[in-house]
Ligand binder design. Structure first.
Ligand code: ADP
Ligand code: MG
Length: 415
């Protein structure tokens, strides 16, 4: 079914990884020949092996190795997955590094026999989702991610690439098996009864009502069609807050193994949808009303700011370069409004599946009390439904935020 696994492939472990590092001449700019190295396996991801290796004498000299397994790590060999996805990830990191080096981990090399990427260790950053759950604000995030989105999406689209390069890039990033995961887990399974759905019984009445909503399923089908057919730009494909590493000064986007040519709104919507999932979680996570309102204002301001930065950067990086006869200003304005509406609809699908489907987010699934968890889940579902159903009303990012923030949880469920 998949491309053959290289005969030279072997999965590394904590004992073999050090010898592997020593065998790579590319890493001699970090490590000295023969010096003592220390390694750990990180292992909080769902799909792959991630090792961190340090020089014992100086922990600032370090590298991260990410290796694909021929199956889904979390589930095991019963769920095969092409290891070649590491090539897609390495190619995407290369494109992103070319367009926005300040927000992309540096890659030292890609090993096609081992399906392994050696990259910069971002240890002085944390996964953004963890920070947001603790109520930590990242003042530069909107500026950084807005720029990342404008450059990576604009710079890989037909708006910027010549006709042939674009098509060759589409071919180089064909990623059917990982797209299929998204098609199933995000656009299909949450809207029907399946064993893989994983919502808890307190939420069942609301989930059943949502699944019985014919109008909603029409909207979701439109979003799925867009995901499958709209080869607009090279998208990251999994740009949730667990794929972003931050601190108070920097922002890095990691893990683009789901990259392919798809709709830009899927990436922007992933970021915004995950900020709203966190917004919903703080309904119960932050008990003090003033503190909650304050953090939520940070989240909604971030949504507004990141879109505005995206627009500003898209103007200077893309629209100022295009032919104004083929693409007059009114077309450009219409393009941005359609993109905003895609963002709302695709982001909504990302939100709903995180409550109903197989892979949840810790923001919500990590809430211990089941009733509190149901309150947060209920709110997240209402925001998702409102964003997808009312997306055609949206002309500005403020419209999107107003529609989301009008929503309230309904738990216990009432029709
Ligand atoms: P997966 O594709 O299996 O989900 P990720 O790329 O998300 O793997 O990586 C899993 C975890 O490893 C991340 O959540 C993060 O904690 C850590 N990690 C990944 N890349 C780096 C890096 N360059 N620097 C530091 N930590 C990293
Ligand atoms: Mg991943």
């Amino acid at each position: 079914m998949f491309t053959e696994l290289s005969p030279k492939y072997r999965a590394l472990d904590i004992d073999t990884v050090v010898d592997y590092v020593r065998s790579r001449p590319e890493l001699l700019e970090i490590f000295r020949e023969g010096e003592d190295l220390e390694a750990v396996e990180v292992g909080d991801g769902n799909l792959n092996l991630v090792f961190k290796v340090w020089a014992k004498a100086d922990r600032r000299r370090t590298v991260v190795l990410k290796q694909a397994l021929p199956y889904v790590r979390l589930v095991g060999e019963s769920w095969p997955m092409p290891a070649d996805r590491a090539r897609i990830e390495a190619q995407a990191l290369e494109v992103e590094y070319r367009l926005v080096p300040q927000h992309t981990p540096r890659t030292y090399f890609y090993d096609p026999d081992m399906y392994l990427i050696a990259m910069q260790n971002l240890d002085d950053h944390i996964i953004m989702r963890k920070g947001l759950i603790q109520g930590i604000k990242y003042p530069h995030f909107a500026e950084h991610i807005g720029l990342f989105l404008a450059r990576t999406l604009g710079g890989t689209s037909d708006l910027m690439l010549d006709y042939r390069t674009k098509k060759l890039e589409v071919a180089r990033f064909i990623n059917p098996e990982l797209c299929k995961i998204t098609e199933d887990l995000i656009f299909t399974e949450p809207y029907r009864r399946t064993e893989r759905n994983a919502f808890h019984k307190e939420l069942e009445p609301q989930v059943l009502a949502l699944q019985a909503d014919d109008d909603l399923r029409v909207e979701v089908a439109q979003m799925k069609e867009k995901f499958m057919t709209h080869a607009q730009a090279l998208i990251h494909g999994d740009l949730h807050t667990g794929s972003i590493m931050v601190n108070q000064t920097d922002t890095y986007v990691i893990d683009p193994e789901f990259a392919f040519y798809g709709p830009m709104g899927f990436d922007i919507g992933a970021v915004i949808g995950n900020l709203f999932l966190n917004y919903a979680a703080h309904e119960v996570r932050t008990k003090d009303p003033d503190q909650r309102a304050d953090f939520r204002k940070y989240l909604t301001d971030t949504v507004i700011d990141l879109w505005k930065v995206f627009e500003r950067e898209f103007n200077s990086f893309v629209w100022s370069q295009v032919d104004p006869i083929n693409m007059p200003p009114a077309y450009q304005r219409d393009y941005m409004v359609r993109l905003l509406q895609d963002t709302a609809g695709l982001g909504a699908c990302k939100m709903m599946r995180r409550v109903i489907g197989l892979a949840g987010v810790v923001d919500i699934r990590g809430i211990e009390d089941v009733h509190e968890r149901a309150i947060a889940g209920s709110l997240a579902l209402h925001i998702g439904v409102a964003l997808i159903k009312r997306r055609r009303e949206m002309q500005t990012i403020e419209d999107l935020v107003a529609i989301a923030t009008e929503c309230r949880p309904t738990y216990p469920w009432k029709e």
